[in-house]
Design a protein. Structure first.
Length: 159
């Protein structure tokens, strides 16, 4: 009986420490400032397969692949961190000069459930690879302003 109580307390303590570690990591990421909530879909669904219409392909992809994250401006790059990760380094670093905005849209279908409410989806390419970012309207305004504020001589393509 005593062993069971000690085991339960130990498990609860480990869970609390894990949650505390996530909170400390998030504070450390946000400490320099310039952060915003930003979900990302790093593996964007491809074009529909032969014999499959685009509506079917969109339904299959739906809200799959979205990862909650925090983005942080760092000079000429945006560093993207997963929320639920132990890694102290960003999962993805997006260089301003390599980002090309293709379109912006509202979440469709299952995406509305997978993303934070009020999010806008920004379809981009980074170094030629497709990428989708979802953020609030305010964060989107700041992100596009940051892109357009590139130093002279840098190519910037904002849709």
């Amino acid at each position: 009986m005593v062993l069971a109580v000690v085991t339960v307390i130990a498990v609860l303590l480990v869970c609390l420490l894990a949650l505390g570690a996530f909170a400390v990591r998030r504070r450390l990421i946000q400490r320099p400032g310039g952060t915003f909530d930003c979900s990302a879909r790093l593996d964007v669904p491809t074009a529909p397969a032969e014999g499959q219409d685009s509506a079917e392909a969109e339904d299959e992809a739906g809200g799959k692949g979205w990862i909650f994250g925090i983005a942080r401006y760092n000079n000429d790059a945006v560093e993207w961190f997963r929320v639920f990760s132990w890694a102290p380094r960003p999962r993805r670093v997006l260089q301003r000069s390599l980002i090309e905005v293709v379109e912006r849209r509202t979440p469709q279908g299952q995406e509305e459930l997978a993303l934070l409410s009020g999010a806008v989806v920004l379809c981009c390419t980074h170094a030629g690879e497709p990428l989708e970012l979802a953020m609030s309207e305010d964060a989107l305004t700041g992100f596009l302003a940051w892109l357009e504020a590139a130093p002279p001589g840098q190519r910037v393509n904002v849709a």
